[in-house]
Ligand binder design. Structure first.
Ligand code: SAH
Length: 249
């Protein structure tokens, strides 16, 4: 009788919350898209109905239709899981789905998930905050829907300058334009950048570059981009782990 908006985490099924796992295993219907890892959808009961509303380029279901589908399913008395990558309320349009359900008078719950905004840096050994290095972390989208301007970039450059960390989601396609805005706003071209592709999955790949070189780096979707001095801490950790663990084994 309820629609659950469930965060699936970044990909590795071990990073599901206990509640997400329980709901995925017991749901009558699972509505999922491209960012919900196949290994997680595979945890569903064999009798569950699986509905793919995948949002890959060229194969997408408009958001209004997804919301309408959830409202429709929510009326028929079954347990519905709307599985969304990472956390459902971090750039997942989960808020729009929640509003549509609430307006239709349908009971729903929100199950937070491990967002790629934190899981991807962690997978690259990057602490997004660190005493003496970064006292803030800003999560921003690199893609602006419906032709809007992106005024936040001019506010973000000073944050980088002050040592803050910036995590860009959906930041692969538009790299050139937001990097230009950051550089124009005074951010150093030498700032360290890490892009983590397909974090926490077997296909994870880390690209290390600088702010000035970010537009030219070879990076594939989905990737999380981390900008700031904490990326150097990740490098130090990676070196230490390689050397100290090598002596242990
Ligand atoms: N709600 C999601 C974010 C949805 S926006 C969350 O909290 O994680 C989609 C963006 O998330 C992608 O463009 C990419 O920047 C990031 N992302 C999602 N899964 C990822 C993964 N496994 N590795 C790296 N980045 C990922």
């Amino acid at each position: 009788m309820t629609v659950h908006l469930v965060g699936a985490g970044p990909g590795d099924p071990d990073l599901l919350t206990v509640r997400a796992l329980r709901l995925v295993q017991s749901a009558d219907v699972i509505v999922y898209d491209r960012l919900a890892d196949a290994a997680i959808v595979a945890l569903a009961s064999p009798s569950a109905e699986l509905i793919d509303v995948g949002k890959a380029p060229g194969k997408s279901t408009p958001q209004e239709l997804i919301s309408a589908l959830l409202v429709h399913l929510g009326r028929d008395g079954r347990e519905i899981v709307r599985l969304k990558g990472g956390d459902p309320f971090v750039f997942g349009r989960g808020g729009e789905e929640a509003l549509a359900l609430a307006e239709a008078g349908i009971v729903f719950t929100v199950v937070p998930g491990v967002s790629s905004a934190f899981a991807a840096p962690a997978a690259a050994n990057i602490p997004v905050t660190q005493r003496g290095v970064a006292r803030s972390v800003t999560i921003v989208t690199g893609t602006c829907g419906d032709g809007q301007d992106a005024p936040e970039w001019s506010a973000i450059a000073p944050l980088l300058d002050a040592g803050g960390t910036v995590v860009v989601l959906m930041g692969v396609a538009n790299r050139r334009s937001y990097v230009d805005l950051l550089l124009a706003g005074g951010a150093s071209p030498d700032l360290a950048v890490a892009a983590i592709e397909r974090a926490t999955t077997p296909a994870q790949r880390i690209v290390r570059t600088t702010l000035a070189e970010l537009p030219n780096a070879r990076i594939a979707n989905p990737a999380t981009i981390v900008i700031g001095d904490v990326v150097d801490v990740g490098d130090r950790l990676a070196d230490l782990i390689t050397t100290s663990f090598a002596t242990v084994h």
